[in-house]
Ligand binder design. Structure first.
Ligand SMILES: Cc1cc2nc3c(=O)[nH]c(=O)nc-3n(C[C@H](O)[C@H](O)[C@H](O)COP(=O)(O)OP(=O)(O)OC[C@H]3O[C@@H](n4cnc5c(N)ncnc54)[C@H](O)[C@@H]3O)c2cc1C
Length: 498
């Protein structure tokens, strides 16, 4: 679509959007959608799940297109006028990726159609604004499984999951979101709707742009729809929970399960602090004061699950306090996962706030990362704990703070920064699944080195030469908005202040 003619407010487009004139012009570009330039919905679009860490932005308008063509028209309009675009899904991100800094917020919320489900071909085509839990439910209703299960599934969107390459417990066996995407419909600057891949199970034509777009956090293009690969839903699942006296015996149970040659679907852990916060609502019998817990789930045919569960119970019982607990049936599974989903909230409730980071380390360094997190908390005078995806070496390192206590927040941000140093030192990475957003850009260069940061910057400029898509996110790159900043300067991220 041809961009709308330039408006007289071009010298300061964002201010002009605020005065209502360009908001009305934007509205003509999205007849199937809407444009909001004031009130509670606009305010809600200025933060994500990092708000408790003090992250809140500002924007001139919330634009909700109703089709890919409308997204393209809005992008063309913005590209013509140098207006930054902050793309938003469900706003559950934990890195500040959807928090705007001026410009407009482009929300995919209104694009929530499931375009096709083909159970015989194990595939689905869905728009970016469909909630994650709905994708899972529709797959289930058709006898299939969409395995990615990030924790805020009722709120997060498929587009947000793809843009962050989200994980979750079942990523251990099934891989992260990107493993399940075979095609994307994307709007690229300056406003072209393109299809990358599609309903195909293999495609090596050209460079692998599908995986480049996956995890790009709204900085290269706007995802409007995806083709998903599904698998037949497993017939049965069983969960096994083991409790341990210390980090070492818990981590040795993780190693024993992995060394057994079995492939559990899930291998999770909670350390002493995470357990102390949540054990009160654990729905089954548990020892008095456990210092560590490991949760495994096996799935497959009923016979496979029976055999695997016996072996997993044996592996997890060797170093456990008593025998590992074997749960059975869907009701037990629902209770256990309902409890596990509440762990983050329970930890938060300890002091009213927390700063959490999701570093990832080689699995054989898991115990070092867990102990290292506690030592960092102690150095900064903050209670600390962690839990996470043990089988992936992905730990949610958390520092507990009082809301409104600026000194504690500053110490917790410094502690979070030290967990990134720890991850790098242990041969890991600064984010396993939550992404870089604006919080971690200051750590991208220490993590990747200058040559890779340069390469990433060149990729960004190739797709988005005006640097208008989610500026200040994901890649530390100096643009026109922050002239004078260094390529990787700590100004790029709050946690970048060491
Ligand atoms: C309680 C809780 C539990 C969580 N558990 C997990 C977990 O287990 N695993 C995990 O990986 N994450 C987890 N998260 C983090 C979060 O849910 C994921 O990062 C999720 O994928 C974000 O999706 P969203 O739709 O909310 O995206 P948003 O927060 O709206 O956006 C996230 C990023 O994606 C970009 N984006 C969004 N939609 C699009 C699009 N259509 N096109 C291009 N870019 C887009 C945004 O610009 C932003 O950079 C959790 C969060 C919470 C609050």
């Amino acid at each position: 679509m041809k961009p709308a003619p330039r408006h007289s407010h071009d010298s300061n487009p964002a201010a002009a959007v605020r005065d209502g004139a360009l908001a009305a012009e934007l509205a003509t570009l999205v007849p199937l959608g809407e444009v909001i330039s004031e009130g509670g919905r606009l305010r809600d679009a200025c933060s994500d799940a990092t708000e408790s860490r003090g992250l809140r932005g500002a924007t001139a308008a919330l634009v909700l297109p109703g089709s890919a063509a409308e997204v393209a028209a809005v992008m063309a309009w913005c590209y013509e006028r140098d207006v930054p675009i902050f793309t938003r899904g469900g706003g559950t991100g934990l890195a500040g990726g959807a928090v705007p800094d001026g410009g407009i917020v482009l929300s995919l919320e209104g694009m929530h159609a499931i375009r096709a489900v083909d159970p015989g071909q194990w595939r689905m085509e869905a728009e970016a604004g469909v909630r994650t839990a709905r994708v899972q439910r529709v797959a289930r209703e058709n006898g299939l499984l969409f395995p990615p299960d990030p924790g805020a599934g009722e709120q997060s969107t498929l587009g947000g999951n793809i843009a962050t390459n989200a994980g979750g417990p079942h990523a251990f066996k099934y891989g992260v979101t990107g493993s399940w995407v075979t095609g994307l419909e994307v709007v690229l600057p300056p406003g072209d709707v393109v299809t990358i891949g599609g309903p195909v199970r293999k495609d090596v034509a050209g460079f692998d742009l599908l995986h480049l777009m996956t995890g790009s956090e709204g900085t290269l293009g706007v995802i409007t729809a995806a083709w998903l690969r599904l698998v037949p839903a497993p017939e049965a699942q069983t969960i096994v929970v083991g409790f341990y006296d210390d980090v070492e015996s818990g981590c040795s149970a993780v190693a024993d399960v992995m060394g057994s040659g079995l492939q559990p679907a899930v291998l999770e852990y909670l350390d002493a602090g995470a357990l102390a916060a949540s054990i009160g609502s654990f729905p089954f019998a548990a020892p008095g004061d456990p210092a560590f817990a490991v949760i495994a789930e096996v799935d497959g045919s009923a016979a496979e699950v029976e055999a695997a569960a016996t072996e997993v119970v044996a592996a997890m019982s060797a170093a456990a306090v008593g025998d590992a607990l074997r749960l059975s049936g869907r009701r037990d599974a629902r209770s256990l996962w309902g409890w596990r989903d509440g762990v983050s909230i329970a930890v938060n409730a300890q002091r009213g706030g927390k700063v959490s980071e999701d570093i990832v380390v080689p699995v054989d360094r898991l115990a070092d990362a867990i102990r290292g997190t506690l030592a960092i908390g102690e150095r900064h005078g903050l209670p600390a704990c962690s839990w996470g995806h043990a089988g992936d070496g992905n730990i949610h390192a958390s520092f507990l703070i009082e809301p409104g206590n600026g000194d504690e927040l500053a110490r917790a941000e410094r502690a979070a920064g030290e967990t990134f140093d720890l991850a790098i030192e242990l041969g890991g990475s600064i984010s396993g699944e939550h992404g870089i957003g604006s919080l971690k850009t200051g750590w991208v260069e220490p993590a990747l080195g200058p040559a890779l940061v340069r390469a990433q910057g060149e990729i960004k400029r190739t797709f988005d030469p005006k640097l208008l898509l989610n500026p200040g996110k994901k890649v530390p790159i100096a643009g026109p908005r922050d002239a004078g900043a260094t390529e990787s300067g700590p100004g790029g991220g709050r946690a970048g202040v060491r």
